[in-house]
Design a protein around this ligand. Structure first.
Ligand code: CP
Ligand code: NVA
Length: 303
């Protein structure tokens, strides 16, 4: 039987995603009251990081340990992946030894090739195109503060990047409106926005995008791998900072989110990210709970 992978939010049915968010809240409550829950005893997650990480690494590793299993950190620097061993061969070999693989890489095609040759579930820990695990935590965070996201309005301000693409998928799967304001030339891939139909509205005006919104989200202007574009992007993203003036266009009780790491004074002002509407620390913590729900879902079912 083919394993079930989680490369984008479209890999799971909306009901399954809803189930994960509910389960993440239960796992969070259990964790906070000190309950031991170890359904993954003896199970191993391999984590391959071709890019840096704080949250993704710590949350997956802590999550596996808390559930009775363990996690291996693998980097191309000290595995044969960095010396040119084909991704297909690496997938065949690693998946024979572990129960699940999390991969953070550059091209989305790399994780697709890896998953095609893996005998165990593969989880996308971020590619240039998508960051679906982030969205599980983000939806959990919205709903723990504001209840059902269905029918609400979310505003994305900034680059049409991997996290933005996952917000587009989330709008489809969780059924809400997404307003995207990107500078000209930095819009998300038109095929992705088209596939979301009237759930997504594109503009170049952040104020218009934020108007009446229940949640404002942003991310760095230059993602990992785009470091040499940083200076140009700082110029191109002028006017796209989430600050108090922008938040005042949103609904009065609007939340602010950022996947982190953040650059205060660039994509977000310090008074917003450190202010009362910001839920970024809950959002970061929820990576742990949401991914534990995902690991349970992918690993507990019989293979
Ligand atoms: N948000 C996120 O994925 O953070 P890391 O890059 O630290 O894992
Ligand atoms: N868009 C950012 C997200 C980091 C979690 C990046 O890809 O670097």
């Amino acid at each position: 039987m083919k394993p079930r992978h989680f490369l984008t939010l479209l890999d799971l049915e909306p009901e399954d995603l809803r189930g994960l968010i509910r389960r993440a809240a239960e796992l969070k409550a259990m964790q906070h009251r000190g309950a031991i829950h170890a359904p993954l005893r003896g199970r191993v997650l391999a984590m391959i990081f071709e890019k840096s990480s704080t949250r993704t690494r710590v949350s997956f590793e802590a999550g596996m340990t808390q559930m009775g299993g363990s996690a291996l950190f693998l980097s191309p620097r000290d595995t044969q992946l960095g010396r040119g061993e084909p991704i297909e061969d690496s997938a065949r070999v690693i998946s024979r030894m572990v129960d699940c693989v999390m991969l953070r890489t550059f091209r989305h095609e790399t994780i697709m090739r890896f998953s095609e040759h893996s005998s165990v579930p593969v989880i996308n820990g971020l590619t240039d195109a998508f960051h679906p695990c982030q969205l599980l935590a983000d939806i959990q965070t919205f709903e723990e503060h504001r209840e059902d996201i269905r029918g609400r309005t979310v505003t994305w301000v900034g680059d049409g990047n991997n996290v933005c693409n996952s917000w587009i998928n989330a709008a489809r799967q969780f059924d809400f409106q997404l307003h995207i304001a990107s500078p000209p030339g930095y819009e998300p891939n038109p095929d992705r926005t088209r596939a979301a139909g009237d759930r997504v509205l594109l503009t170049h005006d952040p104020m218009e995008a934020a108007r009446g919104s229940d949640l404002v989200v942003t991310d760095v202007w230059a993602s990992m791998g785009q470091e040499e574009e940083q200076r140009q992007r700082v110029r191109d993203f002028t006017g796209f900072q989430v600050n108090a003036a922008l938040m005042s266009e949103a609904a009065p009780n609007a939340l602010f989110m950022h996947c982190l790491p953040a650059h205060r004074g660039e994509e977000v002002s310090a008074d917003v990210i450190d202010g009362p509407q910001s839920v970024v620390w809950d959002e970061a913590e929820n990576r742990l709970h949401a991914q534990k729900a995902l690991l349970e879902f992918l690993l507990e079912r019989p293979r």
